[in-house]
Design a protein around this ligand. Sequence first.
Ligand SMILES: Cc1cc2nc3c(=O)[nH]c(=O)nc-3n(C[C@H](O)[C@H](O)[C@H](O)COP(=O)(O)O)c2cc1C
Length: 349
Amino acid sequence: MTLQDLLGIEIPLIQAPMAGVQASALAIAVSNAGGLGSLPCAMLGPEAMAKELQALAAGTSRPYNVNFFCHAPPRPDPAREGVWRKALAPFFAEYGIDPATIPAGAGRMPFSAEAAAILEGFKPRVVSFHFGLPEAGLLARVKAWGAKVIASATTVDEALWLEAHGADAVIAQGLEAGGHRGIFLTDDLTTQVGTFALVPQVARRVKVPVIAAGGIADAQGVAAAFALGAAGVQAGTAYLLCPEATTSAIHRAALKGEGARHTVLTNVFTGRPARGIVNRVIREVGPLSTAAPQFPLATAAIAPLRAKAEATGSGDFSPLWSGGNATGCREVPAAQVTRELAKGIPAAR
Ligand SMILES: Cc1cc2nc3c(=O)[nH]c(=O)nc-3n(C[C@H](O)[C@H](O)[C@H](O)COP(=O)(O)O)c2cc1C
């Protein structure tokens, strides 16, 4: 079965869910163009999630994907939080922030029974997960209305695990990818390889369709992914400058600047490694800090620094997520990005 048949789409191209920089508008545009638009829910509360799902259902009659993180909720660790705040102390002093006034908090929520109950009202055709899969009971609830489940793998082992635990297709997320690594079977970043090394290895080992993600920003990249055994492509960074995305002005400026050629994996914004454009806090605290609390608890202490800096037009403390290949970023409608990427799909598909 082709990926199009599995997911009910015309073009085997998925707009990557990107929490924090898009909501339903981007997903609607891509689904209506024949690809699979995605709604990221990791940073949405129940009400916001329901509102965006209503907008999606009203905006397109085509299939769309709803995306969740499924990390184990962290146990708050005051000692580690203290170490983290100490590492950030010089910045708090510089910005006149009293760290005692900063609330500790999660920032990103894993998939839950509450989220499943909201989804049941909409029955999306596709649900995708990052950081593994939810526990079996929750996964069964999603599959109960016929949803196809896809999830990110960063190694062959993760792809095999996802297939064995019920994924209908696997996203092979190479090291170039923007945003969080989907890594979930290990913390060992030496296992992470580039997209064009990962895709053929995964395609050789799993039976389910493989979707290539990471650094794919033009039609030639799409064609190469298919040549290596992919049945589809998931692109994120290429959509970041689209008018339908909610990418901030600071983030947009960074993507358009010379700095976009300098990305790195960093854990300073959330506690988990994610690829973004190098900025001051990454340079001075990271990129990978042993002081950062467990995901997603690192977010709380950075938030007031980010707010103060952004108020002066600075992205020094903002997560400027980007893949290693920002050359596909253009200020054109998402349907146009989708159509241009689709030119790389082999005719036989
Ligand atoms: C700004 C940004 C936010 C992201 N947020 C999510 C997310 O919420 N959920 C998810 O599954 N993947 C997320 N990702 C990762 C994408 O699913 C995908 O792996 C990546 O965009 C592919 O690489 P590319 O950005 O080079 O195209 C994000 C990526 C970016 C760039």
